[in-house]
Structures are given as structure tokens and as C-alpha cells.
Ligand binder design. Structure first.
Ligand SMILES: Cc1ncc(C[n+]2csc(CCOP(=O)(O)OP(=O)(O)O)c2C)c(N)n1
Ligand SMILES: [Mg+2]
Length: 368
């Protein structure tokens, strides 16, 4: 297929069209990317300290998540994979709620029914994610069908990884969306790896060519170029809103850390490969250009990092002192009257909790 879309080269040179964003919007975009990096770094430290169970980072792919999602309208929906929580924060998920979800404490809006790092936020149209790879695609397509049927203008952007293109969800989602010309943007974040499977071994074809089979226009984008990711999403949402149907965006980027906090990537990939991507860092390149443009001042990034980390730490302190989820939430929200068999199970569980005390924070880390 064609070359990938690039606006900002790896050395920070503008090689495409300057975006129609004023200085303050460009500064905000940079801040959103930096906040996600600070969040990842902080959450990993919490996991290593045994405070939270599981972290899936977006570190190195901030341009893909933030750049593309920044082009969505308020009314649009973001159906996520593991790594788009920072985009929800940009779209309105309060940091304290983000942290509460990581702790699965009493303030967790999922009531501890999700693994940590599986966010949801009603206010920004960010539905909860199932860990089962690819399932978010039929969900997004079904919701887009509902939007279309109601005559709404909302676009549904659905994010997934290179590995997820091998799932049933990908193929059935693409087929229905193409056939019904639904307002969906499929965003394949090709971050080089699906746990230990390199993206070059996931498929014999090119990811962007997979659109052809479903009559869906597709485009490859430099996923470490925040301006290109934003532009591609802006074009795809415009198309969808005009009733022209779905698009497939393939954002080529790299997962700089392990698949999750439970993974050791040094077991299956070389330091040279990681280093080659470090040189294409999405935040560094944006910083270089913004500094040349006078949007950022020399050394401003450091100051921003300190402030953002403080903001995150405040949310952590707040949530560390929150109580754990109440046991009774185990049987809430499904039945108006809790059935006898669930009451029996709940009482048995409550008596175990009484005899042995509560689990401590960090117990029960998920293995993958
Ligand atoms: C149906 C299913 N099979 C296997 C897994 C185990 N698993 C979790 S993440 C993952 C790889 C996902 O890779 P990719 O889609 O590239 O997303 P990334 O983690 O790189 O963002 C696998 C195989 C799963 N969660 N669901
Ligand atoms: Mg991947």
C-alpha cells in the first residue's frame, strides 16, 4: 500500500501541512500526551510497590492514542482496548476516578467488577472494555448502528491492537460496518507486538490492506506523529458524519515497555529494536517542533512534568485513603430481590471475610 501519512518527521521537522490549531490548543495537546506518560510511570511504580495489581502502559504510543482521540467531537464514542485510558482523561475522566479504578476501591465506578486498568467513563462516552481481544469491535459497530438508526451524528471510534486483527470481532465488525455504511472509525494501533508475537508475524498481508476485503478505505499513518494521527482521525470522522461510512486507520507505533506489568519483553526482543524506536519518541519530536514554534519555552517540559506528577500524586493520596469496595456490591445491581442462592453464597463469603479479615491492597495480581 501507499506510504504512511506523516506531518512531523522523527527529528521534529514539519514535513506536511501545519494543523489549523492555535498555540493554546497545541500546548494542550502536548500537555495531554505528557500527562499520560507521567500517569504510566506513576502507575508502574505503584504496581511495583504492590499497591495496584496490573498496569498496561501506552508509553511510546501517546501520539497514537491522544493525537487521534483529540479529533473526536464530544458527542462521539471511544471504544477502547487496554491502552486508551489517557484519552478518556483528555475527554473528561477525572484523574481521581482513573486512580480509583486502578485501586478497585469504593470509589471505583466499575465497583471492582473489572480488572484494574480497564476504565469506563459515561460522561465522555467511554464504555468499559472486555479483556477478551477484539470484542469491542462488534460492540462499537452495534452502537454505531443504533446511532445511525436514531439519526444521531455521533461517530464511534474503536481502538484495537495489531494482534486483535486476528480475532473474530475484527472481521465481523468490519463486515457489518462496511455493509451498513456505519459511522465507525476502526483504529488499529500497530505497536509492533501482541505480547510476544511480532506484528510482522501476525499476518502475511499489510494491516491497511484488510480494509479492501470489506470495502472500507484504509490508511497507514505514522503513529508516533501526533499531528498525522489527529489529521487522519479528523478526516475519517468527517467522512463518517457525512454518511460515507467507516474507515480503517493503521497507526504504526511501538510498545516501548512490556505488554503489561507482568511481562518481561527482554525475553523476546532486542535492545537494538527498542533503541531504534526510542529515537522516534512521539513526545520528544512534538517538543522539538513546539519549541521551534515558540509554543513551548526551553525547559518547560520539566516544569510541566513536575506539575503533572503532583496532580497525579494528589489523586493517588486521595484514593489511597478510600475504603475498599463493600462486600455487598457482589450481589447488587442485577436483581431487584437478591435470589436465595446468591444470598447463601454472599453470607458464606461474608463469614469467611469475618474470620480471615480483608485482602490487602496488591493481593491477587493478575498473571498477564
Ligand atoms: C480472545 C483472547 N485471546 C487471547 C488473549 C490473551 N491476550 C491478552 S492481550 C493479547 C495480545 C494483544 O495484542 P494486540 O492486539 O496487538 O494489543 P496490544 O496489547 O499490543 O495493545 C493476548 C493474546 C485474550 N485476552 N483474549
Ligand atoms: Mg500490539
Amino acid at each position: 500500500m501507499s506510504d504512511s501519512l506523516q506531518i512531523l518527521a522523527a527529528d521534529g521537522t514539519l514535513v506536511g501541512e501545519r494543523p489549523a490549531l492555535d498555540d493554546s490548543a497545541l500546548h494542550d495537546l502536548f500537555e495531554h500526551m505528557l500527562r499520560v506518560r507521567c500517569l504510566d510511570e506513576r502507575m508502574l511504580k505503584l504496581q511495583r510497590a504492590g499497591r495496584v495489581g496490573f498496569v498496561g502502559t501506552v508509553l511510546g504510543s501517546e501520539a497514537a492514542a491522544i493525537g487521534s482521540a483529540s479529533a473526536l467531537a464530544r458527542e462521539d464514542w471511544l471504544w477502547s482496548g487496554l491502552r486508551e485510558g489517557g484519552a478518556a482523561v483528555m475527554r473528561g475522566l477525572p484523574l481521581s476516578e482513573y486512580v480509583a479504578q486502578m485501586y478497585c476501591n469504593a470509589n471505583d465506578t466499575a465497583k471492582g467488577r473489572q480488572m484494574c486498568n480497564h476504565f469506563q467513563h459515561k460522561g465522555s462516552h467511554y464504555p468499559s472494555w472486555s479483556s477478551v481481544i477484539g470484542t469491542q469491535m462488534p460492540h462499537a459497530v452495534g452502537a454505531a448502528f443504533a446511532s445511525q438508526s436514531r439519526g444521531e451524528k455521533a461517530v464511534h471510534a474503536v481502538y484495537f491492537g495489531d494482534g486483535a486483527t486476528s480475532s473474530n470481532g475484527f472481521h465481523s465488525g468490519m463486515n457489518f460496518a462496511g455493509t451498513w455504511k456505519l459511522p465507525v472509525v476502526f483504529v488499529c494501533v500497530d505497536n509492533g507486538w501482541a505480547i510476544s508475537v511480532p506484528s510482522g508475524n501476525q499476518t502475511e498481508g499489510e494491516y491497511e490492506d484488510k480494509g479492501i476485503a470489506y470495502g472500507i478505505p484504509a490508511m497507514k499513518i505514522d503513529g508516533n506523529d501526533v499531528l498525522a494521527c489527529r489529521q487522519a482521525m479528523a478526516d475519517a470522522t468527517e467522512r463518517a458524519r457525512a454518511g460515507e461510512g467507516p474507515s480503517l486507520l493503521v497507526l504504526k507505533t511501538y510498545r516501548m515497555l512490556g505488554h503489561s506489568s507482568s511481562d518481561d519483553p527482554t525475553k523476546y526482543r532486542s535492545e537494538e529494536e527498542v533503541q531504534s524506536w526510542r529515537e522516534k519518541d512521539p513526545i520528544d519530536r512534538f517538543e522539538i517542533w513546539l519549541t521551534q514554534e515558540g509554543v513551548l519555552s526551553e525547559g518547560e517540559r520539566k516544569t510541566m512534568e513536575v506539575e503533572l506528577t503532583e496532580e497525579i500524586d494528589n489523586a493517588i493520596h486521595e484514593q489511597e485513603s478510600a475504603p475498599p469496595m463493600a462486600l455487598k456490591t457482589l450481589v447488587e445491581d442485577v436483581y431487584e430481590d437478591v435470589p436465595t442462592h446468591l444470598k447463601r453464597q454472599y453470607n458464606a463469603f461474608a463469614s469467611v471475610a469475618e474470620r480471615y479479615g480483608s485482602a490487602t491492597v496488591g493481593d491477587g495480581a493478575f498473571p498477564l
